[in-house]
Design a protein around this ligand. Sequence first.
Ligand SMILES: CC(C)(COP(=O)(O)OP(=O)(O)OC[C@H]1O[C@@H](n2cnc3c(N)ncnc32)[C@H](O)[C@@H]1OP(=O)(O)O)[C@@H](O)C(=O)NCCC(=O)NCCS
Length: 274
Amino acid sequence: MTRADADRSLPGQSERNPAGSNGFTLPPGEVQVWRVALAVSEPRCRQLSELLDGPERERAARYYFPRDRRRFTVARAGLRLLLGAYCGVAPALIRFSQNAYGKPALEGADPPLDFNLSHSGEMALYAVARQAELGIDVEQHRPDIALLDLARRFFAPSEAAALVALPAPARAAAFYRCWTRKEALIKALGLGLAMPLDAFTVSLQPEASLLDLRGHPGAAAEWLLRNVPVPEGYTGALAVRGPGWRVRVQDWDPDRAARPGMTATTHPVSSAQQ
Ligand SMILES: CC(C)(COP(=O)(O)OP(=O)(O)OC[C@H]1O[C@@H](n2cnc3c(N)ncnc32)[C@H](O)[C@@H]1OP(=O)(O)O)[C@@H](O)C(=O)NCCC(=O)NCCS
């Protein structure tokens, strides 16, 4: 490691251990997805809040409801614990930057590490890989929303039409598949809502795929969309640019295990799984 390399490293990331400690290996071509439970006890939440930096604590304090504050705190602290484990640094020393649309990135990791996260209800999903353009989304199902109205407003016309054509009992699952796939792609591109939601179409079927992206004829083959297996009442999706990625899904309950990886269970993922 040269002096310049060392200057780019995260503080605490040792020369002997550039790839990280805790046994978190990240093979090339693998996306590791973590499913994290956000429902933790109050003492555990207080402990986790110690890992947040000043702006994160300010953000947490702005939440009106304690439940939302807890969810944000655990999601952020969980991200720090995970990234810290991959990089071999103390979680509180992780530094983030963000692009013009708010997509966070890890500063100074050597080798670089790409990630994205999403949280909804009591669960967070994190996707981590090297040299990957990736986005992840989870949505908790809400019984009170007008699916068809939302689809007509936010989806591409062909997606909304595909939803209307389904038998009514099949619509909710298809709606969330479409929504999370679109969000995952937007998040992978890092554009947030600057990306028009009707500029691309995804499948509503159990098999996840990008159908087209306006102005990019080869995009459907270029992007991998995957369902992320999540508990009943949620839908999850992952988008990553490039073919041939393997996806590994693991669980971490921060209320039961101090660090991710202590009690991890792995779940297989296929394009049609839901
Ligand atoms: C901000 C946005 C990227 C995701 O928002 P979301 O679905 O409400 O929230 P998620 O929990 O999935 O993701 C939030 C995380 O994404 C990350 N993020 C923020 N901006 C991002 C961007 N431009 N690109 C990728 N990731 C981003 C952050 O880590 C954020 O975590 P934080 O809240 O702890 O800071 C944006 O796409 C959005 O507001 N979308 C929702 C609106 C909508 O109408 N969707 C219609 C879908 S059909």
